[in-house]
Design a protein around this ligand. Structure first.
Ligand SMILES: NC(=O)c1ccc[n+]([C@@H]2O[C@H](COP(=O)([O-])OP(=O)(O)OC[C@H]3O[C@@H](n4cnc5c(N)ncnc54)[C@H](O)[C@@H]3O)[C@@H](O)[C@H]2O)c1
Length: 248
């Protein structure tokens, strides 16, 4: 494992109680920083904090609710002097079904968490980063947002929106000390697989030229670097993590 320099820095990781968010938090702490996990599952976030040690804090938040996100910023700044990095990892898949059968409420929920959640967290945290004159934002999009997976129209559309939001915000902040990037992972085995059908998981694996799923550690390595000061000339950019699936 390469040593990243996140010494003395503080990150907020949404969805940090589990999966990719947990792995990213672990990597940032191993790189010398501290982390606040924002998650709607308070019990899981507290358990994850215990596993991560004294450099981890937990705040209960629903990223889709603006008052909840605003309160989470205040709660975070009560124990951390700054928010140097924001990783937007909270996300859901929604059901795997054709668009014409897609339940309207499920569509809205996927958009609410995956798109509005990223918008709200960026909106509230950028204000703090502007006061600091420094920040790193990393949004976890997906290869589905580039390619459009069948039987996952809401998820694919939501992740395409995250990619576009990243490009817009990156340009808006390009003349500041804040960098905004996203990553587009192919499938990585986490609890999110429980939300998908076995057929959909098999479809995703079949599309990866390396013939395997990615690992949490591989995602954390790239996202960890994107959270450091060394990531200085990349903004509004989309970083691949797809085992060769992405062709652009
Ligand atoms: N694992 C993969 O194969 C994969 C691939 C590409 C992209 N992604 C994206 O990576 C991100 C993380 O995925 P994961 O595999 O770690 O999933 P996961 O289900 O393991 O973890 C997601 C976490 O987000 C939290 N969360 C969900 N909705 C929330 C809300 N409204 N407010 C606050 N917290 C909320 C959950 O409680 C959970 O702790 C997601 O955005 C997902 O779309 C995952």
């Amino acid at each position: 494992m390469n040593q990243l320099d996140f010494a003395g820095r503080h990150a907020v990781v949404t969805g940090g109680a589990a999966g990719l968010g947990f792995g990213i938090a672990q990597r940032l702490i191993a790189s010398g920083g501290s982390v606040t996990l924002w998650d709607r599952d308070e019990a899981a976030a507290r358990q994850t904090c215990t596993a991560l040690g004294v450099k981890a804090f937990a705040v209960k938040v629903d990223v889709a609710q603006q008052p909840s996100v605003a309160a989470a910023v205040a709660a975070t700044l009560a124990h951390a002097p700054r928010i140097d990095a924001l990783v937007n990892s909270a996300g859901i898949t929604g059901p795997n079904t054709k668009l014409w059968d897609y339940p309207v409420d499920d569509w809205r929920q996927v958009m609410d968490v995956n798109v509005n959640g990223v918008f709200l967290c960026c909106r509230e945290v950028v204000a703090q980063m502007q006061r600091q004159g420094y920040g790193r934002i990393v949004n976890i999009a997906s290869v589905a947002g580039k390619e459009g997976n069948p039987n996952a129209s809401a998820y694919s559309a939501s992740k395409a929106a995250v990619i576009a939001l990243t490009k817009s915000l990156g340009k808006e902040l390009a003349d500041t000390g804040i960098r905004v990037n996203c990553v587009t992972p192919a499938a990585v085995k986490t609890a999110i697989f429980d939300q998908m059908t076995p057929e959909h998981i098999a479809f995703m694996l079949s599309k990866i030229p390396m013939g395997r799923f990615g690992t949490v550690e591989e995602v954390a390595a790239m996202v960890g670097w994107l959270c450091t000061e060394d990531c200085s000339f990349s903004t509004g950019a989309v970083f691949d993590l797809s085992g060769g699936r992405s062709t652009y």
